[in-house]
Design a protein around this ligand. Structure first.
Ligand SMILES: CO[C@H]1[C@H](O)[C@@H](O)[C@H](O)O[C@@H]1C(=O)O
Length: 681
């Protein structure tokens, strides 16, 4: 071999190596191996359909399916399948039947994922029907490409160059969503700019909808309730004003002319300063129904948020229930009330919002937050499936025992014209999409649970790990354990035992239980939530306090109301508890608090050791990136522990037990920390 040739071979070798060992994470969980020409010559993927979605399913299988012959069939009579599919095997053939083209695409991804796991697919018979009709991401993306509570860089949507320039990531995004069953997306922030409804922006929205369609994804928009006034030039946006109604009718018509399968609107009204029907003395129902009537002829939906947060003298946790329960039965059937999982705001742990089930004649859906606004942003490894499932599996006792949030929202116990579930997206322009490699698992888990809320957190974690990293058993077992405990770990080092919202003001990243905003609103102050004093700590929401417990059905009301029966992981949510209160462990409350904070820290240290051991299973780039995120996480966990223990100690006046890792900070030093973090990014 000549020197020159040797040189080229060497360069090729290096290139191949870096391909193998440096992996940026941009492929997400879609790392299927291409089939060889030999295999593809041996089997056929057939369909009579010419639908673009079916052809896409066919293409995916042609590229990656190593098994038997496959036949893809649409059967319009199989209506109970909704977006689902049925796979049967006979002889050397798999037959996949679906009612809709998207069902075949989901089936294709289903068998490709099974194939990756090494499942036996020659004799494979399965029927899948999704738990929810609408499985939707909510992007809080602004038109200037900043992302509210986004921690993965700027927005994916490049508004300035749309519709002329189409980033390849639009299609990659759609494919990733389709691969986990997500079939809808709200492109813009619920704090919505009216501009999104201008003809200029609608043509940009159309360009995205045209790309997403093939992947079975419908586009929705967040709308600003004042749009008729702001961009329509009307005198007001009163929902009972005929001109306003007509403006919305025409706007909806304009949208459907551009996007015939447009999904509908998401609305945040009369909350945190957003305009709404109450500005005109009207109700949420008046506002929602006006939009619902305008969009009904096109089968569109209105998702109306119940996150109504305005300054009142009342306990903030009671607000959604108080405003919405009296309106039960007044909403049109294409309106669905979108309710955050907890009554305050996406905290590491909250009880479920009691509004679920309390409106018996109104469709309801859950809103989860996939982006980790209150869980360490994209710096902390926190696997959210256990949090999602905790809410979905909670029994609201709305129609007696067994009325879980899952059953209320999926239409099992109440008739719902279309069921839905939403997740506030954690996606941005970062190469790895979500800032932290493990945050991809939360996007994945949201999709999987929206498809089937009966799946276990463990199975989802394993599937994700095998698709994303490796099938090696040691790796999968150990890392699954880390993922499964990670949510409880963050609760422990941030806000154990029902503590909540003791975050630094506005950016919600670090601890600030002392509050730091002279003259600010009471309910912006952490001490509003923890109420620490010499006697004890916690928010009294019992009958002797704010009486928020009354919003829960029996037996929960009594269970939460009694300090002896209230679950300890929520005790400080519902009770003001004395520092000496004896906990189930035999420790006093103070000792128990110390123990939880310390356990959180120790568990993150254990994750660091565990991850280091995984070096040989993971490519260098992702290994290092995750390793350095864990370094941030442990620093933050210690910061949280020290800040909360040293601060609460000024009230408890008790020593930090000696078996607990000593604080390494001074309280006064911690109080001076100011983070250069902005609200909108
Ligand atoms: C979009 O605004 C968000 C806001 O950033 C967030 O801090 C708050 O918790 O919830 C709001 C909401 O859900 O509307």
């Amino acid at each position: 071999m000549s020197l020159r040739r040797a040189h080229i071979v060497y360069i090729l070798f290096i290139l191949i190596c870096t391909q193998t060992f440096a992996e940026d994470g941009s492929q997400l969980w879609l790392r299927f191996e291409k089939v060889s020409a030999e295999i593809s010559a041996k089997r056929t993927i057939k369909t009579k359909s010419v639908d673009p979605t079916v052809l896409l399913a066919k293409q995916e299988l042609e590229d990656y399916w190593k098994g038997n012959n496959v036949e893809l069939l649409i059967d319009r009579k199989l209506t109970k399948l909704k977006d689902g599919f049925k796979i049967t095997s006979s002889g050397s053939k798999l037959q996949i039947v679906a009612n809709k083209p998207a069902g075949l695409l989901y089936a294709a991804y289903h068998i490709l994922q099974k194939q990756n796991e090494g499942a036996e697919i020659t004799h494979y018979n399965v029927e899948e029907i999704p738990s929810y009709d609408i499985r939707i991401l909510n992007h809080w993306d602004n038109l200037d490409r900043t992302v509210e509570r986004g921690y993965a860089g700027y927005s994916l949507w490049k508004w300035a160059e749309l519709p002329q320039v189409l980033s390849p990531r639009y299609e990659e995004y759609a494919r990733a969503n389709a691969s986990i069953g997500i079939n809808a997306t709200v492109l813009n922030n619920v704090n919505a700019s009216p501009q999104i409804l201008t003809p200029e922006y609608l043509t940009k929205v159309k360009a995205l909808a045209d790309i997403f369609r093939k992947y079975g994804i419908k586009v929705y928009l967040s709308v600003n309730f004042s749009s008729p006034k702001v961009i329509g030039g009307l005198e007001n946006s009163d929902p009972l004003n005929k001109d306003v109604q007509l403006w919305w009718k025409n706007k909806v018509k304009e949208i459907y002319q551009l996007i015939p399968d447009f999904g509908g609107f998401l609305v945040k009204a009369n909350s945190e300063g957003q305009p709404g029907p109450q500005d005109y003395g009207r109700t949420h129902a008046d506002g929602a129904n006006m939009l619902a009537d305008a969009i009904k002829p096109y089968s569109g939906m209105i998702m109306w948020r119940a996150f109504v947060y305005n300054p009142t003298k009342e306990d903030r946790a009671k607000q959604a229930y108080q405003e919405f329960v009296p309106l039960d039965g007044q909403f049109r059937d294409n309106v669905i009330i979108q309710i955050k999982n907890g009554p305050i705001d996406f905290q590491p742990r909250e009880p479920f919002t009691p509004l679920f089930g309390a409106m018996r004649n109104t469709a309801q859906m859950v809103e989860f937050q996939i982006t980790q606004e209150y869980l360490g942003f994209s710096n902390h490894l926190v696997y959210l499936a256990p949090l999602f499932k905790e809410t979905l599996d909670s029994d609201a006792y709305a129609d007696g025992a067994g009325t879980t949030i899952a059953k209320i929202t999926d239409g099992t116990v109440r008739k719902i014209s279309k069921s839905a579930i939403a997740g506030v997206a954690n996606i941005g322009e970062d190469v790895n999409w979500t800032g932290h490699h493990f945050a991809q698992a939360n996007w994945f888990a949201f999709g999987k649970l929206a498809w089937n809320h009966q799946l276990s957190s463990e199975d989802i974690a394993k599937e994700w790990l095998k698709l994303t990293f490796t099938k090696d058993e040691t790796f999968v077992k150990d890392v699954t354990d880390m993922m499964l405990t990670s949510r409880e770990t963050v609760v422990n080092y941030m806000m154990p035992l029902g503590l909540h919202h003791i975050f630094a003001f506005d950016h919600h990243y670090g601890p600030e239980p002392w509050g730091n905003m002279p003259g600010g609103r009471a309910d912006w102050m952490p001490w509003y939530y923890h109420n620490a004093n010499e006697k004890g700590v916690g928010f009294n929401r019992t009958t002797s306090g704010s009486n928020a417990v009354v919003q829960y059905n029996e037996p929960l009301r009594s269970l939460f109301n009694d300090i002896q029966t209230c679950p300890e992981n929520l005790i400080l949510w519902f009770h003001h508890v004395s520092w000496d209160h004896k906990m189930k462990s035999g420790l006093t409350l103070w000792e128990e608090i110390c123990t939880h904070y310390d356990r959180g820290v120790q568990d993150v240290r254990a994750y660091q050791r565990l991850w280091d051991k995984m070096e040989s299973y993971v490519d260098a780039q992702r290994f290092k990136e995750i390793q350095s995120k864990l370094k941030i996480q442990i620093k933050d966990a210690v910061w949280w522990k020290d800040a909360c223990l040293l601060y609460f100690q000024t009230f408890s006046r008790k020593p930090i037990p000696y078996y607990i890792e000593r604080p390494i900070h001074e309280l006064e030093e911690l109080k001076k920390i100011k983070l250069p973090l902005k609200h909108h990014n």
